[in-house]
Design a protein around this ligand. Structure first.
Ligand code: DUC
Ligand code: ZN
Ligand code: ZN
Ligand code: ZN
Length: 457
């Protein structure tokens, strides 16, 4: 079976050109002019741009959190992702306390089994570091997992101490594994939350006020210091503010192996959104919290100057009603997380490219090429190049669309981006050469998404 996509404009992180793309056995076999002859299937992409399928390296599907479970599973989350032009993701597999890492991975594989529409890999969140678990880290690459994540916040549940972080960084470094951190000072946050509740400050805005940016910058700097001492690679997830970005930049200038990621919502919303009426502010509760306009501006600069390498979603969806409603009398009970897996590509394209922050090549770098390179998928995913998987999005730069819950595909009952007008949307998505979405229709069967056995970093 061969397919050729003709008449399109191919965009990679390093250039844009008019070319046909030939696909054989799910891989890109040729890129050039006039490749159509002798092909089984021809897709005419006249007027469209061909982008590498989006790679979202930060998602939480069917993940237990704060007494509930994120509402998208590996079917609804994948449907939303594919409709939005995302063809691969790396989900966070959570180690329950007392569990082995292997058992946690088995649980996550079972969640995806028979449901997956897009390709998926796993990062491993370590919550309980025993000597056995420390030894197990070295075995993760043989299971296709080449990244671990640690939480410096959520005291009493997910939070690890500095000694745990240090030991994991060292083990991960030796095993060719990237360490990811959620960088916020959980000890100070716990006290600030207690004080706020004692004063009767229960509204959603206090979520942001009890997690100030200084505590993100402090934890970011601390994690960087530990990683630098060990010369271990470190990826700071969901970076939100100018001060934390400064820590990353300084480390990069010293030549340290430090990378930063921000997430779509930090580019579009501020803590003022937590004050929306009728408890709607709860829809915007995530950690770290939304910040200020000046932080947004700093993040856009970081995305342009490469001090930030990736825009992911931190898709961690809960319904407004009933899931977020649980925190109506106490902000600290609102599940932390926002949806975004369907919106990322369109929203970032709209504000980033149409808004003049960067060009289409940089958009591709931030949403596909860099994520692949940093997480062991280089040469396989993240670019339109010979030998790569044919994960291709046909993007219509002129198509107008208004983002709305009514036309979205995930399981949440809201989108943060309600009413946002975009020009430029995906119209067709291929994964490994197979059609997955076509003008809003799903063409793939559940179970067609495959597990990504990732290479060492
Ligand atoms: N951090 C995440 O990365 N995701 C959801 C919640 C959180 O605090
Ligand atoms: Zn986090
Ligand atoms: Zn997350
Ligand atoms: Zn350009």
């Amino acid at each position: 079976m061969s397919t050729v996509i003709i008449n399109g404009t191919v965009v990679t992180a390093s250039g844009t050109s008019r070319a046909d793309v030939r696909i054989e056995g799910g891989k890109i076999s040729a890129i050039g002019l006039d490749l159509a002859s002798g092909t089984d299937t021809i897709i005419d992409a006249a007027g469209k741009h061909l982008l590498p399928g989006g790679i979202d390296v930060h998602t939480h599907l069917s993940m237990p959190s704060m007494g509930t479970v994120t509402c998208d599973d590996f079917y609804t989350g994948h449907l939303a992702a594919a409709m939005g032009g995302t063809t691969s993701h790396i989900d966070f597999c959570l180690q329950p306390k007392g569990s082995s890492l292997k058992a946690a991975l088995d649980t996550w594989h079972a969640k995806a089994e028979g449901k997956a529409l897009i390709d998926y890999g796993f990062h491993l969140i370590i919550t309980d570091l025993t000597e056995e678990v420390l030894d197990e880290i070295a075995t993760l690459p043989s299971l296709g997992v080449t990244s671990i994540k640690l939480f410096m916040a959520y005291k009493g549940s997910l939070q690890i101490d500095d000694s745990t972080l240090f030991r994991c960084l060292e083990k991960a470094r030796d095993a060719g594994i990237m360490t990811l951190v959620h960088a916020e000072n959980g000890d100070a946050i716990e006290l600030l939350v207690q004080h706020a509740l004692e004063r009767g400050q229960v509204a959603p805005i206090y979520h942001a006020l009890t997690r100030p940016p200084q505590l993100e910058a402090e934890a970011t700097g601390r994690a960087i210091a530990l990683a630098e001492v060990l010369d271990a690679p470190l990826y700071v997830v969901h970076l939100t503010c100018e001060s934390a970005l400064g820590r990353v930049r300084e480390a990069q200038a010293r030549g340290a192996r430090i990378w930063g990621e921000t997430c779509t919502h930090y580019l579009f919303f501020t803590k003022l959104d937590l004050e929306r009426g009728d408890f709607e502010g709860a829809k915007f509760v995530c950690s770290p919290p939304l910040r200020e306009v000046q932080d947004q501006a700093a993040l856009w600069v970081g995305l342009r100057d490469n001090s930030l390498s990736v825009v992911s979603t931190d898709h961690c969806p809960f319904t407004f009603d009933p899931q977020k409603m649980v925190g109506r009398g106490d902000f600290s009970l609102i599940p932390n997380g926002v949806p975004g897996i369907e919106d990322r590509m369109m929203a970032v394209h709209q504000a980033g490219v149409n808004g003049g922050h960067f060009d289409l090549e940089r958009f591709v770098a931030l949403t596909a090429t860099n994520p692949a390179r940093l997480f062991g998928l280089e040469g396989v995913k993240g670019s339109i190049a010979v030998g790569h998987d044919a994960d291709i999005v046909l993007w219509d730069l002129g198509r107008e669309h208004t983002i709305s819950q009514a036309t979205s595909h995930g399981a949440t009952d809201y989108t943060l981006y309600e009413g946002m007008k975009v020009t430029g949307t995906p119209v067709m998505t291929l994964i490994r050469g197979e059609l997955v979405t076509n003008h809003g229709q799903l063409e793939a069967a559940p179970g067609s998404g495959t597990y990504l056995h990732r290479a060492r970093v």
